[in-house]
Design a protein around this ligand. Structure first.
Ligand code: EPZ
Length: 430
């Protein structure tokens, strides 16, 4: 597996364009299967999670053709199998969206149970509760979920928590159920709204996406659509924090500033300047970072996918900060890696208590999961000295051209294969 070698200390300066949202693309790719007509998707991010799901939908017989790096055509009329094989779900958890899409369209689906992952146990009981409420028989056996229904009917569903995945999965199944469905305590993330908008562009009747109550009137058929994916708020937030951590000045383009409000507010609390324009934000930091507290919440609260990144920033702030993770039960694996750089962080239950230090120092680290990986890169870019970060495949799951975008902002970063390359980089950068 490749690794990054990074020389820290250079402020990131310049501008970058943000790509389409991975977590919108994953739901939309599966929803596109619900029509037998051809769907064209634009602004699709070229990241391995999305490409893995495109592979999964091809495996069940859908036709997928790539027009260019960020545009694909999908046609679900040739789907021959409602059984998703195990290595699809192993490669990409979001294959479980095929449950909602196939159940909605064919009234049956068989998908292997997704495991937990590196950020904690991730049950799908709420997804199953929703499918059952819509009239499906759902059984778990031989490690898979078997869902089927004579017909799906509308239902009034109360989610126990504002689950993004359950909201999207149930919304897809309900789109082609008979009658009206209400999802209470629905997730409000921009990527949930994007999936709803996409389904409506195919002829669905979904109202209220973006609020905690989504109303769906079932329809018989869905038709073709051409749709452009919403900008990725987490990729944008990651670069915002990178600008702040390296005492830089970066214009982040192709964003919807409203989606970034919780992140911008925290950065301003910490002492950064955040300027909003129509479709871009500019973040600069004078170097003084003030401590603050952060608690992750469902949207519009501070996003859990931005938790490791803000913790890195606060590890260099003056004073003690507390970062509380309220969404996942094990999302602090990166703390042990950060400690190697001199960070002073103690994890107690679901909070990290962070005593800021003047400067982190370069170290050898291993990426535990996607967003933690991006956070470790931010730490290495801000540190004194050279860092080596192993297992960067996790990062490539959700960040397109991460190294190139950072290099364009002045970062000293290289993807290397072996120790020889690391030595060459160290000699070159001195
Ligand atoms: C989505 O995961 C995202 N993934 C995650 O992003 C993101 O962290 C998460 O939403 C929260 O915003 C995709 O969109 C592909 P949830 P999801 O259902 O849908 C519990 C990234 O870095 N829960 O909102 O799996 C669950 O255990 C990834 O891009 C149940 O208990 O998240 C968690 O504690 C990481 N039962 C909480 O709810 C259920 O049936 C929120 O999970 C479903 C969820």
């Amino acid at each position: 597996m490749d690794r990054y070698v990074i020389k820290g200390g250079t402020p990131l300066v310049g501008e970058i364009a943000i790509g389409g949202a991975k977590n919108a693309a994953l739901g939309i790719i599966t929803a596109a299967l619900m029509t037998d007509e051809t769907v064209t998707l634009e602004n699709i991010p070229d990241v391995s999670d999305v490409n893995a799901l495109l592979g999964a939908v091809s495996t069940i017989g859908a036709s997928v053709s790539r027009i260019d790096r960020h545009t694909i055509k999908i046609n679900g009329s040739t789907i021959g199998d409602i059984k998703v094989d195990y290595d699809c779900i192993k490669k990409i958890r979001a294959s479980y969206y095929l449950l909602g899409a196939l159940l909605g369209k064919y009234k049956k689906a068989e998908v292997p149970l997704p495991g937990g992952c590196n950020i904690g146990s991730r049950p799908i009981d709420q997804h199953i509760k929703g499918f059952k409420a819509l009239g499906a028989d759902v059984e778990i056996k031989y490690g898979s979920i078997f869902a089927s229904a004579e017909n799906l009917h509308g239902a009034h569903i109360f989610l126990d928590m504002a689950s993004v995945g359950a909201t999207i999965n149930i919304m897809m199944a309900a789109t082609m159920a008979r009658g009206n469905t209400i999802i209470e305590n629905a997730a409000r993330e921009p990527h949930v709204v994007d999936v709803a908008s996409f389904l409506n562009s195919m002829g669905a009747n979904i109202k209220g996406a973006g609020t905690e109550i989504i109303r769906i009137k079932g329809v018989e058929k869905l038709h073709k659509s051409t749709y452009s994916i919403v900008p990725d708020m987490i990729e944008a937030g990651t670069f915002m924090v990178a600008a702040a951590a390296t005492k830089g000045d970066v214009l982040i383009k192709n964003v919807i500033p409203k989606h970034l409000e919780a992140i911008s507010a925290k950065l301003e609390e910490i002492g950064c300047e955040v300027e909003e324009f129509d479709d871009s934000v500019r973040v600069c930091s004078k170097g003084y970072l003030a401590r603050t507290n952060v608690k992750t919440l469902p949207y519009p609260g501070y996003p859990t996918d931005m938790q490791p990144q803000i913790a890195v920033l606060l590890s260099m702030a003056r004073g003690t900060s507390v970062v509380t993770e309220s969404i996942f039960d094990n999302r602090f694996k990166y703390v042990d890696e950060l400690t190697k750089m001199g960070a002073k962080i103690k994890v107690e239950s679901n909070s990290a208590i962070i005593d800021g230090v003047e400067m982190l120092t370069g170290a050898r680290m291993t990426v535990p999961d996607l967003r933690a990986g991006a956070a470790l890169v931010i730490a290495a870019l801000s540190a004194d000295g050279i860092s080596v970060i192993d297992e960067i495949g996790y990062i490539l799951r959700g960040y397109e051209d991460f190294e190139m975008k950072l290099k364009n902002l002045g970062a000293e970063i290289e993807t290397v294969g072996d120790e020889k390359d690391i030595k060459k980089f160290s000699l070159r950068v001195g």
